[in-house]
Design a protein around this ligand. Structure first.
Ligand code: HAM
Length: 389
């Protein structure tokens, strides 16, 4: 019988210090920015993602792990984190309190995509969502936080930004775009032809080369913004300049999720291959209302942890104390000492009785900073044989 293996596109994470470093770094920075922890269920009603991410998006259309549970409910493994956090925000009536709420989260997401380097079926995101603040300065804060996280992890990036406009300018622009697409329809790929009806904006980031050539001449939302969106976009750029965060305006950056309005952004790395987006986000001012809550603006981002993991460096610095016994009778003594030392140190107790030489070799190999070994003499005197490693 063949051994059972992990599913395609899913990986075990074993003793990976880089993972913990991403988590610790991102969490600390998010908390310093005033964000607090939220954890929502991995399984949600399918309708949540259909309504938020959008029925015409690839994520909902092609990539969901969707099934009917034993109670007959249509459910799916979350493909992203924002929808669940918004559901929770409304369910807990934070929308009625009309005070800003800011959350961070870390956890697995599931998309049934074709696995390749940097693209998994189960992957992890560190994400943040800020509710209740419509000021464009909040977008600047949010982007600055992502930049801070990458800087702290020593990861270089290119930041791309765009504006998708609001309910004033977007519909007018959409009409213009649909006109352009219809006049070029026969030369567009099948997907883009379908998108004209369903979601014309998504044609802009179509990866098919012939479409890209045609779409170079398409009207761009960034050139068709209303006065207020235009002014916000200028403030956003100035705000990033002010914080010395470099960016490029990418007029085709529409993102693969339907809930965005105004600011969209992506952090891209040129060191990791074709799947180069290491974080993505933007503003979603209508999503809370769309999911049944009181109108509440929102903005956030998510970092793809597996995409950056190879760029994360961890130190090999020696750490902690190793306690070992050379005789069985010394074990209770070292366990008691360890309890005291653990208040301020990382302490490991080896429960196998070994010779001094064997203890020193093992503690050195495991990268401890210090070894404290107890034999008959040390036990009698209440001392240790101490060695800096
Ligand atoms: P997203 O762009 O779909 O946005 O995903 C964010 C990040 O997750 C991507 O930039 C990428 O690094 C990583 N990612 C996506 N799919 C995969 C995959 N199959 N394998 C590995 N990594 C992947 C969102 O999910 C939004 N919820 C972000 C957001 C939060 N917008 C506002 N708030």
């Amino acid at each position: 019988m063949a051994n059972i293996q992990a599913l395609r596109g899913m990986k075990d994470i074993i003793e990976d210090k880089r993972f913990l470093k991403v988590f610790d770094t991102a969490r600390e920075i998010a908390e310093n920015y005033g964000y607090s922890y939220i954890e929502t269920p991995i399984l949600e009603e399918t309708a949540l993602f259909k309504r938020s991410v959008g029925e015409s998006s690839d994520i909902v259309n092609k990539e969901m792990y969707q099934f009917i549970d034993k109670g007959g409910n249509d459910v799916c493994l979350r493909p992203e984190g924002t929808a669940g956090v918004v559901r929770s925000f409304i369910e807990h009536k934070f929308d009625r309190q009309q005070i800003p709420k800011r959350f961070w989260y870390f956890g697995p997401m599931f998309r049934y995509e074709r696995p390749q380097k940097g693209r998994l079926r189960e992957f992890h995101q560190f994400g943040i969502e800020s509710f209740g603040e419509s000021s464009i300065y909040e977008d600047i804060n949010v982007i600055a936080m992502a930049a801070d996280i990458f800087d702290a992890l020593g990861i270089s990036y290119t930041l791309k930004i765009n504006s998708l406009g609001c309910s004033t300018c977007m519909p007018k622009y959409r009409e213009k775009l649909v006109g352009f697409l219809n006049s070029n329809k026969k030369n567009l790929c099948e997907d883009c032809q379908r998108r004209i009806e369903q979601n014309p904006i998504r044609t802009l980031d179509c990866k098919v080369e012939s479409c890209q050539t045609i779409l170079k001449d398409a009207p761009k939302i960034t050139d068709n913004l209303c006065e207020s969106c235009q002014s916000d976009f200028e403030t956003l750029k100035k705000g990033l300049d002010n914080l010395e965060i470099k960016y490029e305006v990418d007029k085709n950056l529409v993102r693969g999720l339907d809930y965005y309005t105004k600011t969209t952004f992506e952090f891209v790395s040129n060191e990791i291959g074709a799947q180069s987006a290491i974080a993505g986000g933007g503003r979603y001012d209508r999503l809370v209302e769309f999911l049944g809550g009181k109108p509440t603006p929102g903005v956030g981002f998510a970092i793809g942890v597996e995409r950056i993991i190879d760029l994360v460096k961890t130190s090999n610095e020696r750490k902690g104390i190793y306690l070992g016994a050379m005789i069985e009778e010394a074990l209770p003594y070292i366990q008691k000492e360890a309890k005291k030392l653990r208040k301020e140190n990382k302490v490991f107790v080896e429960v196998k009785v070994k010779s001094l030489k064997a203890h020193l070799k093992a503690s050195d190999k495991a990268n401890f900073k210090k070894a404290l070994i107890v034999g008959e003499d040390e036990l009698k005197k209440g001392e240790f044989f101490e060695k800096e490693l």
